[in-house]
Design a protein around this ligand. Sequence first.
Ligand code: BGC
Length: 421
Amino acid sequence: MRSRARTAVAAAGMTLALLASGCGADDGDGGAGSNKVEVFTWWADGGEKAGLDGLVAQFKTDCSQYEFVNGAVAGGAGSNAKQVLASRLQQNDPPDTFQAHAGAELSDYIKAGQIEDLSAQYKEWGLDSAFPKGLVDSLTVDGKIYSVPANIHRANVLWGNKTVLAKAGITAPATTLPEFFAQLDTLKAKGVATPLALGKDWTQQMLFEAVLISKLGPDKFSGLWTGQTDWAGAEITDAINDYKKLLSYSNKDRDTLDWTGAEELVMAGKAAYQLMGDWEAADLDAKGFKDYNYSAFPGNGDAYQWLADSFVLPKNAKNPDGTKCWLKTLGSAAGQKAFNTKKGSIPARTDADAAAYPAYQQAAIADWAKGTPVPSCPHGSACSQGWQDAVASAQGKFSSDGDVAALQSALVAAAKQYAGK
Ligand code: BGC
């Protein structure tokens, strides 16, 4: 994946090579008698909806013979959408396309035989060379490519309320965990009772992973998902203890909040910080909140915890030609720009002109280029859906009982059950 980051470096600043937009007349009239294309995501509000709207505008231009149908089901990280999708797939009622994270999560759908091979479309649309090889590998099983990536998001970003931080005399981001704890103590002493905003299960999983990256470094962290790093080790116990300490600086109602609920605490100045993926950049912008800063989570160094939203052609989709037009649009340079400038993510394509992006994404494009890629479990690049669910439920339990040994055993058991599957 390092080479992937490097490819992106080489690409930064290069001029966009725009793909010919527009799907040809031979794209058909909507398959089984309909021109509707149902696009299933969890992008229902704020910056997520703004990103989707940007892409839809491009789809309307490129694929004017088709009608976009919004199948979004609200809930951060697909917490509700994935359940609805699973039951629709089981009932053989797939949407025309759906959002699936690149990596192990996508492999679940491939193994279940639920999505079609898109290798021919990659050739036809020139996508083989448009995306970094490492990313295409995460969309490929047995030599077949099953999905078109829309973006690359970064998960391990710490967002701060500038005014709250300045009032506490904090002017620079913490670069180590001990420094971060010292800042949180300072904030508490200055009257910010819960300086770290936190939400429910999957957001807790993200915070814990950020601590693990700090404690283990990128290579050992990545090894947790391949069986090379032992979940039973003393470093993991250490990380859980640090994570437990972090929880003590967070809001008590965390298990009831989605990521946007925690984000509101930062916007309202009730908290100083939130660890969240860079969809937060787009969301804060969409909500008109400008008083924020961002940095990599303390101690993460140049580790770029990546994830990618990608879209698929489900088996038995009603309008496969319409789906292909959607996929062609989102894989195109114009589609990636229309989407990513609004979504907080960076384009998966390597030919983007960084200057066309907002300040946050410009910084992210540069960081991705020189960073060390590490995957994310709650966002599917590191682990399967079953593994995600097992960890999220263990984290939820830990949020109320704080039992370090029990969390570690649950993590060990989950790895034993799911690693390599
Ligand atoms: C998705 C992002 C989305 C975030 C919060 C992640 O799993 O990849 O596109 O913005 O969840 O809902």
